[in-house]
Write a protein that binds this ligand. Structure first.
Ligand code: FES
Length: 105
């Protein structure tokens, strides 16, 4: 596990997201949830491999750009499509206005 600094609190508000590319090529998206907490997720959609980090975020879910499946940004659980796998969500911490995401190597 590795903790990576992805930005500062001032980089994000409830209407914006941070889309990052890690040194190993993985894509990560960080978003602000309705309650002001942060959520992060990575990788490809567990349905058919769409670039889920490019998905639209609405009401604490991300909507896959290919088939519009929805995933809860806190748990990674699918919303309304219980038969598919979970989205890979990442722990987020904030220290002195700096935002960190913990990734697995
Ligand atoms: S690839 Fe994401 S819903 Fe199909």
């Amino acid at each position: 596990m590795e903790r990576i600094e992805v930005g500062t609190v001032g980089d994000l508000d409830e209407k914006s997201v941070l889309r990052l590319s890690l040194p190993d090529g993985r894509a990560v998206t960080v978003a602000v949830l309705a309650d002001g907490e942060y959520a992060a997720f990575e990788g490809l959609c567990p349905h058919k491999g769409a670039p889920i980090t490019e998905g639209r975020i609405c009401e604490d879910v991300v909507i896959c750009p290919w088939h519009a499946f929805r995933f809860d940004l806190r748990s990674g659980e699918p919303v309304g499509t219980p038969s598919i796998m979970k989205l890979s969500v990442l722990p987020v911490t904030v220290e002195s206005d700096r935002i960190f995401v913990t990734i697995t190597k």
